[in-house]
Design a protein around this ligand. Structure first.
Ligand SMILES: C[S@@+](CC[C@H](N)C(=O)[O-])C[C@H]1O[C@@H](n2cnc3c(N)ncnc32)[C@H](O)[C@@H]1O
Length: 549
């Protein structure tokens, strides 16, 4: 996206580009075209625009920016006009608004007064919209006042003595362990936290370690595994440079990887059961490849009592739930543990989204605000576009609010490149999925709150032409077939999930509680699809009734 700096008279021209390097370029290009946008169309804003005209122009730009910033799941579910007129997900909305802001900010200097004034009005409107996203989706975290954070404070002081800059305090928050709390009002663009490279734990620590010469002889061992094994011993080292960091780590992580048998059984009927079992088997196989061999051959470097299976799982949980991937100034992506930044919790409506690249001018990692955070409020990070099943397995929690990435993948055969002479061309999506239909805005006939690519695929499989806007008897009948089939698939899925369970408060263990919560969420998603299919069938039957009279 760029602003035409040579704007004639009092007109600002803005172009929101779709990068050809975008892996979803073709699909986005098609969607932009379907929505009536030219690929390279410009938007013009006159400096005499009224506030309403300005808002209208921004609405158009925002619609386009949403598509440009889509990830795969958002693109799959976001493909219809009614949905696109609304916020698709808090994160996509913030990203879209920021991409518009970026182009306006770039153009703020050295222009005529009239141009500057319109740009400032646009900027103010966008900042207001960013704030609105926060007000609509933010979660209020209750600070647990009576828990001491002595160790955390010591770590923060150590960090500050070593060049860390923080506008955050650490406190216990309800339901999430420690969290980072803004200690002053933070605006969009403010840096909440800055961590110098010297304080980051990354592969550099390996080169100074007595493990390194041994690792060099282990075939195919990855940098991540070396770091994991290093951390298992380093946490017991009283002279470690990172002792204060290791002191703040929990004794137990409570992620899906530590689920006991009752919790795993409670996941029966969900795909998560198999995912957790497989993840644990994978780790076990990795452990067995390394131990006891490494300890037997090098007992001083890998003391057997520190390299038990339980300790290995603890370290895996540490790295899965606390590491961040960072691009360093040499361009290399490294997996790191980042003291202090590791206290930031995740939200589907994060304050901090753009981090992960070392600023070469300061040799530090900065965490800038993408939406305002008031003093005393918990400051949230985005860990990524993760589903609740991923967050449960590797982080041990289910986020609050509607998670747009909570999808159920469908096992549907997709035939690619079908001969158009024989049947309709195959859909452009090679796999399909569903999610809670309450997230869709369009429950009308031909939409039913269900994803467009799935309906399109199922219609094509019945040799029906791609959807046109005029309902014909044939199209209505095809849709009735499609919805009836989908209903029976999801009825079977709901039956497999069994009846809703409530946990027995204190008497239920942490892992069974999480498993029950997850299964109830799956039940809610499947029920919403079933109810949308049923409502859709009623709509279709009533419409078809008009043909028989
Ligand atoms: C990087 S740490 C964040 C700091 C962590 N709360 C602590 O006390 O060490 C990641 C862990 O925080 C917890 N967490 C993060 N976001 C959360 C959320 N939204 N709700 C509940 N727990 C969360 C999970 O236990 C996760 O594994």
């Amino acid at each position: 996206m760029e602003v035409d700096k040579h704007a004639i008279d009092d007109v600002v021209t803005m172009v929101l580009d779709l990068a050809e390097t975008d892996p979803l370029y073709e699909k986005k290009k098609k969607l932009l075209k379907d929505m009536g946008f030219d690929l390279e169309s410009s938007v013009y804003i006159k400096s005499s625009s009224t506030p309403d005209q300005l808002k209208d122009v921004l609405d158009v730009l925002l619609r386009r920016a949403r598509i440009v910033n889509f990830n795969e799941v958002e693109l799959y579910f976001g493909q219809d006009t009614i949905n696109l007129g609304n916020c698709i997900s808090p994160k996509n909305e913030l990203e879209a608004l920021h991409s518009i802001l970026e182009v306006i900010d770039k153009s703020l200097s050295g222009e005529k007064y009239t141009i500057k004034s319109i740009q400032q009005r646009l900027r103010d409107e966008i900042v207001e919209r960013i704030d609105k996203v926060g007000r609509r989706f933010s979660e209020v975290a209750k600070i647990v006042g009576d828990s001491s954070c002595e160790k955390e404070k010591r770590l923060l002081d150590w960090g500050i003595n070593n060049g860390v800059k923080a506008k955050l305090d650490i406190a216990y928050v309800e339901g999430a362990g420690r969290g980072a709390i803004a200690n002053e009002d933070l605006k969009v663009g403010d840096i909440a936290l800055e961590i110098p490279v010297s304080v980051i734990i990354c592969e550099d620590v390996l080169h100074e370690s007595d493990m390194f010469p041994i690792f060099e002889k282990v075939d195919g061992i990855s940098e991540e595994t070396m770091l994991l094994l290093w951390s298992m011993k380093e946490k017991h080292n009283n002279n470690s440079k990172f002792k204060l960091y290791f002191d703040t780590l929990p004794k137990q992580f409570d992620t899906g990887l530590s689920f006991g048998i009752d919790a795993v059984m409670a996941l029966d009927g969900t795909l998560l059961l198999e995912e957790i079992v497989q993840a644990k088997e994978h780790l076990r196989a990795q452990y067995d490849e390394l131990f006891p061999a490494l300890s037997n051959h090098n007992p001083d470097v890998f003391p057997p009592e520190l390299y038990t299976w339980e300790q290995f799982v603890w370290a895996c949980e540490l790295w899965y739930s606390n590491s961040m991937k960072v691009i360093f100034s040499d361009g290399k992506l490294r997996t790191c543990l980042i003291p202090i930044a590791g206290f930031l919790n995740h939200s589907i409506c994060p304050h901090i989204m753009k981090y992960g690249r070392i600023d070469a001018s300061t040799n530090s990692l900065k965490f800038p605000l993408s939406r305002p955070c008031h003093s005393g409020e918990q400051c949230f990070l985005s860990y990524g576009n993760f589903s609740s099943s991923h967050l449960l397995t590797f982080y041990g929690f289910i986020p609050r609010g509607d998670n747009p990435y909570d999808v159920i993948p469908l096992d549907i055969d997709v035939v690619q490149d079908e001969d158009p002479e024989v049947g309709p061309a195959a859909s452009e999506w090679s796999s399909h999925m569903v999610r809670g239909t309450w997230l869709s805005k369009n429950h009308e006939i031909f939409h039913y709150g269900l994803p467009h690519p799935l309906l399109d695929h199922l219609r094509r499989a019945r040799n029906s032409a791609p959807q046109s806007s005029t309902p014909t008897r044939e199209l209505l009948e095809t849709d009735l077939d499609v919805l009836t089939d989908l209903s029976s698939t999801f009825e079977a899925m709901l039956e497999n999930l069994g009846d809703e369970k409530l946990d027995n408060g204190e008497r239920t263990s942490w892992d069974v509680k999480l498993a029950i919560e997850f299964k109830n969420l799956q039940r809610r998603i499947v029920s919403s699809i079933l109810s949308s299919c049923n409502t859709g069938c009623e709509l279709l039957e009533s419409e078809l009734g008009k043909y028989t009279v």
